[in-house]
Design a protein around this ligand. Structure first.
Ligand SMILES: [Fe+2]
Ligand SMILES: [Fe+2]
Length: 388
């Protein structure tokens, strides 16, 4: 997942302080629960009702959501895209891969590394899904369809980090120690869904906002991996393009599943779902690797986001397009339910938001184009500098 959309992250009203604990550096949010209640009243109410709704949808999930998981026997594995260490031609294949990798630009590698680090923080995402009332895996091997989905989704996602990690290791283009450190730090820090940390001041254990987030997020990763595939092809590396494309197509299947869940929620609990959609968008869909740190750069996520924006791997225009897509996908403009006042207001807000974001993005792009870009070192590529 990836709002390397820096201005979105910056617009966030949450302030972070850092504290040192032994050798590790963890980031702690200072926004209080009381503030959050004032700002986002509906997220913190009626969780019991929402959990009940998810329980009543178990049969539906079994028939309509689990079908989006691909059987293991039909799934690709990392090995299908990489030199085979058990074959005699292994060394030659690695040499070929490294020869192709030499032709690719540093800024591309920074995007690919950031994508890989995001994928490698998967334990956090499974944890976050399991904080949600009504869908959590109560035992670790629960037969509940929501739990089966979360485990199946995680098992598919696990291949993404594996594949990118192994490719980058073989490419010889990056500093693996620095990258591995960044992953370890990120797993220590966790993630924010809609601001702050989890139940403290994020969306908490609200499955409605969580599934709006994943609907957006999985589409964002599909866009991002799709673009790294396209750019690899433009730079003449067909194998790398295939590898990124395979990940992008998994993400597309996942986004379809999550969007179907929210579509169903709109049908069974229209008012609350509209509120959840609007609240998620007010909080901004900040990407899950927002707290990334490599032990050196305090602004690593911001700097990485600027590279993805400049290269066009994931941009603020993509953010607006995804929002617009979701508004259309869920037919939000045409919903004519018996809203309470807040529901109507929420509908109006989300329907008008994408054009506003586009206008803001254009303005900030024009301003950036006028200034000289800064050169910033990235430890992932041995401190070589990139314009941001
Ligand atoms: Fe993924
Ligand atoms: Fe994903």
């Amino acid at each position: 997942m990836h709002a390397r959309f820096e201005s979105m992250a910056m617009a966030f009203k949450v302030s972070f302080s850092t504290l040192n604990s032994g050798n590790a550096k963890y980031r702690i949010s200072s926004t209080s629960l009381t503030d959050c209640r004032k700002k986002y009243p509906s997220v913190l109410k009626s969780h019991t009702t929402k959990a009940e709704i998810f329980r009543s949808m178990e049969k539906w999930a079994e028939q309509n959501i689990l079908t989006y998981l691909k059987p293991v026997e039909k799934s690709w594995q990392s090995q299908d895209f990489l030199p085979n260490p058990a074959s005699d031609g292994f060394i030659e294949e690695v040499r070929e891969l490294r020869k192709r990798a030499k032709e690719i630009t540093d800024d591309y590698y920074v995007c690919l590394v950031g994508d890989m680090i995001t994928e490698e923080a998967l334990p956090t995402y499974m944890t976050v899904l399991n904080t949600n009332d009504g869908i959590r895996d109560e035992t670790g091997s629960s037969p509940n369809p929501w739990a089966v989905w979360t485990r199946g989704w995680t098992a598919e996602e696990n291949r993404h980090g594996d594949l990118l990690n192994k490719y980058l290791y073989l490419s010889g283009r990056v500093d693996m120690h620095q990258i591995e450190k960044t992953i370890q730090y990120l797993l220590c820090s966790g993630m924010t869904v809609g601001g702050g940390r989890g139940g403290e001041n994020g969306t908490g254990n609200d499955p409605y906002t969580t599934f709006v987030y994943t609907s957006f997020q999985e589409r964002a990763t599909s866009v991002s991996h799709g673009n790294t595939a396209r750019f690899a092809l433009n730079q003449g590396d067909v194998n790398l393009a295939r590898l990124c494309g395979a990940i992008a197509s998994d993400e597309k299947r996942h986004e379809a599943a999550y969007q179907k869940i929210v579509e169903k929620l709109f049908e069974v609990d229209t008012n609350e779902t509209m509120l959840a959609f609007a609240e998620m968008m007010k909080r901004k869909v900040v990407m899950p690797a927002q707290l990334m740190y490599d032990g050196r750069d305090e602004h690593l996520f911001r700097n990485f986001s600027r590279v993805t924006q400049r290269l066009g791997v994931y941009t603020s225009m993509d953010y607006a397009d995804i929002l617009q897509f979701l508004v259309e996908r869920w037919n939000v403009e045409k919903i004519t339910a018996d809203f309470d006042g807040n529901g109507r207001e929420a509908q109006d807000y989300v329907c008008k938001l994408a054009p506003r974001i586009r206008a803001l993005a254009e303005r900030s792009q024009n301003m950036k184009n006028r200034g000289e870009p800064n050169l910033v070192p990235f430890s992932w590529i041995r401190d070589r500098k990139l314009p941001i």
